[in-house]
Design a protein around this ligand. Structure first.
Ligand code: EPS
Length: 396
């Protein structure tokens, strides 16, 4: 079983992730993780904090001489902003500055109020420090190790932004080319015209003191048929992937393949017809050798809770960031008086970053399903098991 936990507060000393269940012998360099952390920090519409932080990982256990040991992997990323918060965020007794920055004014759309009620906190900083999307740094760190694993098994993970604040991009095509386009766009959208319009939309929101949400797609190629299972509810791959996406801060909806459109489309146009190729197909698709495939991919690569060999296609929608310069009405938890929430620093749009986080959480879940199916304590053993399966699939 592959699993991970994260720890850390947004303005605390550091963020931590512990990954358990990664087989031994996987090559992982801190540069592999750092490059993913950097991708998460990019994107038009981020606020002042991203100028302070340059996230870099320290691998503190589980990897020796560049290879996983099979033991738990611990990853740490330090918060540079911590220097400005040492007293306020101290774990022991500390002399608090005159402005201790206690938060008694819950922001609409945040975890602040309900978190305070639930945990009995009267300083809502105790809630916002952990509910903050700063935590996604460690999702990406853990995801980048999973991604290294998937790469070893010939599985690629891509993402691009499809929509920001109502501006939609035209994003149909070959996943690897769309991904290349996304990587050079400041808003991760491969459609150049739409990219420009999205940036203008962000500027407009910023000028109005507002924020904007959007949607992104995560696509995986090279996934073999048979990950996940139809036999039990919690083993269904689509359910697991949507759970992973929904667990990202500010995500309000997630769908697989045709998604919500299946509700209004007749069966004859929804279901993907089956074909058989005696020769291998292109690298973008799974059967690099003879085998079954689908003529279309409305199912998004998952049928009956199992990967079917087609690219896995997922989509998620992110709400606009709730910390707004334009004040929204709320109630102070101490005075019970209304006020208008104001902020000092915030992002206007974080959809491009959310797409990178989407890649990471999905990569982790697919790696987990892969490890469940092919077992093995080392990469060599797992590759042997995988090859045996591929041979039997090719002969089916
Ligand atoms: C966040 C608020 C902002 C974001 C932060 C998430 O931070 P601050 O309050 O320090 O300005 O920049 O995102 C990150 C720090 C990050 O690494 O993504 C929030 O409230 O969720």
């Amino acid at each position: 079983m592959l699993r991970y936990l994260t720890a850390g507060e947004s303005h605390g000393r550091e963020l931590t992730a512990i990954i358990e269940g990664m087989p031994a012998g996987l090559e992982v360099a801190s540069a592999d993780i750092d490059s993913e952390l950097k991708r998460r920090q990019c994107g038009y519409g981020r606020g002042g904090r991203m100028k302070i932080e340059t996230d870099r990982v320290e691998i503190t256990s589980g990897i020796r001489h560049g290879k996983t040991l099979g033991s738990p992997i611990a990853l740490v990323v330090r918060n540079k902003d911590w220097e400005n918060w040492t007293e306020i965020m101290a774990s022991g007794e500390a002399t608090l500055p005159a402005d201790s920055r206690a938060v008694t004014r819950p922001r609409p759309g945040h975890a602040d109020l309900t978190g305070g009620i639930k945990y009995g906190h009267r300083d809502l900083r105790n809630v916002l420090e952990r509910s903050s999307a700063r935590e996604t740094t460690m999702r990406v760190a853990a995801g980048s190790v999973a991604r290294r694993f998937l790469d070893e098994m010939g599985i690629q993970v891509y993402s691009w932004v499809t929509e920001i604040g109502g501006v939609r991009g035209d994003v149909k095509g070959v996943p690897s080319s769309l991904f290349k386009g996304a990587e050079t766009s400041q808003v991760r959208c491969p459609d150049k015209l739409a990219s420009k319009a999205m940036m203008e939309r962000i500027d407009k929101a910023k000028a109005a003191g507002d924020s904007v949400g959007g949607a992104f797609e995560v696509v995986l190629t090279g996934v073999p048929p048979g990950l996940g299972s139809y036999v039990q509810w919690d083993r269904k791959l689509d359910a697991r992937l949507v759970f992973a996406l929904m667990s990202i801060q500010a995500i309000k909806a997630a769908e697989v393949g045709m998604g919500f459109k299946v509700a209004s489309t007749p069966g004859s146009e929804v279901h993907d017809e089956i074909s058989y190729a005696r020769k291998g197909l292109s690298k973008e698709f799974w059967p690099r050798r003879p085998g079954f495939s689908r003529k279309t991919n409305n199912a998004g690569g998952i049928e009956g809770g199992m990967s079917n060999g087609e690219p896995i296609v997922l989509r998620a929608a992110m709400k606009p960031i709730p910390t707004l310069y334009k004040p929204l009405r709320s109630i102070d938890i101490e005075t019970k008086k209304p006020f208008r929430a104001s902020v000092e620093r915030s992002d206007v749009c974080a959809v491009p970053a959310a797409a990178v986080i989407g890649e990471a959480v999905v990569a982790f879940e697919v790696a987990s399903a892969f490890i469940e199916k092919f077992g093995g304590d080392s990469i060599t053993e797992m590759k042997r098991n995988y090859k045996g399966y591929l041979d039997s699939v090719a002969g089916y």
